[in-house]
Design a protein. Structure first.
Length: 125
């Protein structure tokens, strides 16, 4: 069972994503404030982070880059979700492993989650 951390300031979106991913046998933790990210990563130890770009006090692209630059967390794949237009996403350079645009198909969400988690499942411990 993979552990997925979902950061979305819209609780409705986060709850739906959680339900979809739990149906796929993932353990999911939702947070809705950007300032909870570091502690949540430390305590939950996710295999994947699903993060909205537009957050309460931060930009998900900046948070993604921060997580990826940290030697303790840089290995965690990050999938961004956003209602921004594709042309707007590149306004801030980002090292995300994947991105999905809202509204998105939940099958597409689960396929990308599987793609991002699968290499970690196959890696030797």
């Amino acid at each position: 069972m993979s552990k997925i951390l979902v950061l979305d300031n819209d609780l409705g979106n986060a709850d739906v994503i959680q339900l979809v991913l739990e149906e796929q046998d993932h353990q999911v933790k939702n947070i809705n404030q950007a300032d909870l990210l570091n502690d949540s990563i430390k305590n939950f130890k996710p295999d994947l982070i699903v993060m909205d770009i537009i957050l309460d006090v931060a930009d998900g692209r900046d948070l993604c880059n921060f997580v990826k630059r940290n030697r303790d967390t840089g290995h965690i794949p990050i999938m961004l979700i956003t209602a921004l237009l594709e042309s707007q996403v590149d306004d801030i350079s980002c090292t995300a492993d994947g991105i999905i645009f809202k509204p998105f198909d939940y099958d597409k969400l689960t396929r990308m989650v599987d793609r991002l988690i699968e290499p970690r499942r196959e890696a030797p411990n």
